[in-house]
Design a protein around this ligand. Structure first.
Ligand code: ADP
Ligand code: MG
Length: 605
């Protein structure tokens, strides 16, 4: 149970601020995360680790000489946004390129991928190295789909040491991928973890049971078994990892026996008493093994065993010195370069000048009202969506949607206040959603809203077909980024029925409001139907069986949002006032609920 917190939703940010203060000699906080206190004297590859919070010392605790150059820090168990990744990269980059490295989760892949596109467009060399060490999360034939857990630690360490030695970007990436190919982890959970402020853990295990194959986002184990003795547990973990020994592997290994957050060191040492002799008996030399908490999952009770098979390239990097807040090895005298220039807080956020017609602005006000309506429904549904996501995922879907829609509503309202038309209002809403929600659904919703806005534009209130085109653009963007197909048990299963029903009805000449409502009904039915599906994408995939019988949370929330947007009662389009010249709206203009009576989604066509 997490007992020390203020507002639970501020937990991750407050923890990061405290961490950066106490370790101010080694790190400094920047928008989106933390970077080393000192910039390197010579250009070097910036190794940027990242992911959600809740895994300390991963990832910010590993920023320092010989290890990471920076950490991109998301909310608890939630991918950081592309904006955060971009901003940390800009702060850490020193002229030799950037490599993002993280566990293989859809949200992280998309957000770091989008940040990479942006950096590359600015001419910064950028690469991504994904960690896929969890042998429980997919069979060997699908090893690229495996998620990253405690193997993050050795892979990041190898890359950090290589970059410190002056390796170029391609070499750091090659060595990181090699280390990942040589790393395997299996974990075991004894009790679930609890979000700050939550009343119950993300999962519970019956007394005397353990879950083998845990995840580090509070995902339960894949198979529940009787809780064994320490000896039997040691045998089980060692046997499972060694069964996946990489081809042509040598006899020297790095070993990590990792606690997940609330496992005592003494317990780990007891387990080590079985693990180490078994490995030695199998002919291995254990090189600088680590027993401790290195990649955690809030207060989860559990343990994982990681082995990285070493060779003549990887071993020197594994044993190389490092000096970070949470991890010190050898004597990594700090490269005392010039002190980094403090980032100014988010420059360039000055209000852009918006150009729009009055018709588009009027329509934008209706869109703001629709987002506001979605906002109150999502607040009401937050807990339910979180519970659905906890069954096979990480329980953050409700919180992520709420954070996203709150940010979107504020940004949309501010843009409207600055005189933005519908396209810019929705694009601003999308950017804010993606930045604040984190997670897979956050990046998808954010990017899709932006695509919706870009398709609408700012020159008129959309005709029905233009609205249908914007809905299609929304759906296309989600499919393009997430690559999910119908039947994968994702939000796409609720989205495509909506998009096709709406386009069809519009083409048949059905009134826009009715077309929207009918499409929303189809979407809701399709969302319910996902209960019968096995998830093939996203965090829930490794626990597919457990999710049978429960609808997909992302599909459920999507159907809900589309329905609620259609429910805000449409105002009949009044006679158009004579178009006044383009003018700016006062900033304080309240675009909130007073618009509820206006067309929510765009029913004026
Ligand atoms: P995370 O999985 O990162 O914790 P959320 O819990 O907020 O993110 O969202 C989970 C939802 O995201 C799932 O229920 C599913 O609908 C959706 N999702 C996951 N992966 C994909 C994907 N590749 N494409 C489309 N939707 C996806
Ligand atoms: Mg989730």
């Amino acid at each position: 149970m997490t007992k020390i917190f203020n507002d639970p939703s501020d937990f991750a940010e407050e923890a990061l601020a405290g961490f950066c203060d106490v370790h101010a000699d080694l790190v400094r906080q920047v928008p989106g995360g933390a970077v080393r206190r000192f910039r390197p004297a010579q250009p070097k590859v910036a190794v940027l680790a990242g992911g959600g919070s809740g895994h300390y010392p991963a990832f910010a605790g590993l920023v320092g000489a010989g290890f990471a150059d920076g950490a991109v820090v998301g909310n608890i168990f939630t991918s950081p946004s592309a904006q955060q990744a971009y901003s940390v990269a800009k702060a850490a980059e020193s002229g030799a390129g950037v490599v993002f490295t993280y566990g293989n989760y859809a949200g992280d892949v998309m957000n770091f991928g989008m940040a990479s596109e942006r950096l590359a467009a600015e001419g910064i060399a950028v690469e991504n190295v994904l960690v896929t060490d969890d042998i429980a999360s997919a069979p060997p034939s699908e090893s690229a789909k495996r998620r990253g857990i405690a193997g993050d630690f050795t892979v990041f360490k190898v890359m950090g040491a290589a970059a410190e030695n002056g390796a170029d970007l391609a070499e750091v990436v090659r060595l990181g991928r090699k280390a990942n190919d040589l790393t395997r982890t299996i974990g075991s959970a004894f009790a679930g973890c609890t979000f700050p402020g939550a009343e119950s853990p993300l999962f519970t295990l019956p007394e005397g049971q353990m879950g083998l194959g845990l995840g580090i986002h509070g995902e339960p184990g894949l198979h529940d078994t009787d809780l064994p003795s320490a000896k039997d547990l040691g045998h089980e973990l060692v046997a499972r990892v060694l069964a996946e020994t990489p081809p042509h592997a040598g006899k020297r290994i790095a070993v990590i026996l990792n606690g997940l957050g609330s496992t005592k060191h003494e317990e780990l040492f007891v387990l080590w008493g079985t693990v180490a002799p078994l490995l030695r008996a199998a002919g291995y030399t254990l090189v600088m093994p680590e027993v401790g908490e290195l990649v955690t999952s809030l207060d989860m009770a559990g343990v994982s065993l990681t082995i990285t098979w070493l060779d003549e390239e990887v071993e020197p990097l594994w044993v190389a010195p490092a000096e970070t807040p949470a991890y010190r090895r050898g004597n990594a005298a700090l490269e005392a370069g010039a002190r980094g220039v403090e980032e100014t807080a988010d420059g360039g956020a000055a209000a852009a000048a918006f150009v729009a017609t009055d018709a588009s602005r009027e329509y934008a006000a209706a869109c703001v009202a629709a987002i506001d309506a979605a906002r109150s429904s999502l607040h009401d549904a937050e807990e339910r969506l979180g519970r659905m996501d906890a069954i096979a995922g990480d329980g953050d879907h409700g919180r992520g949607m709420v954070r996203g829609v709150d940010a979107a509503a504020a940004a949309a309202s501010a843009a409207l206040g600055h005189g933005a038309g519908a396209g810019d209002v929705l694009a601003a809403a999308g950017d804010a959603w993606a930045d604040k929600a984190g997670g897979t659904s956050g990046v998808l919703w954010g990017a899709a809203l932006r695509a919706f806005g870009e398709t609408l534009g700012n020159s008129s209130a959309p005709e029905p077909r233009a609205l249908a085109a914007a809905v299609t653009a929304f759906a296309d963007r989600i499919i393009q980024l997430g690559k999910a197909e119908t039947g994968d048990k994702t939000m796409v299963d609720a989205l495509l029925p909506f998009a096709s029903a709406f386009s069809r009805a519009v083409a048949e000449g059905v009134e826009t409001g009715r077309a929207w409502q009918e499409a929303a009904q189809e979407s809701a039915a399709a969302a319910e139907g996902t209960a019968d599906l096995l998830p093939l994408k996203g965090r829930a995939r490794p626990l597919a069986e457990k999710s049978l019988g429960t609808a997909d949370p992302g599909a459920t929330s999507l159907a809900m949002v589309f329905a609620v947007m259609g429910r805000t009662s449409p105002a009949p389009p009044g006679p158009k006032a004579a178009p006044p010249p383009l003018r700016r709206r006062p900033l304080s203009h309240d675009n909130g609920r007073e618009h509820h009576g206006a067309a929510a989604h765009c029913r004026r066509g």
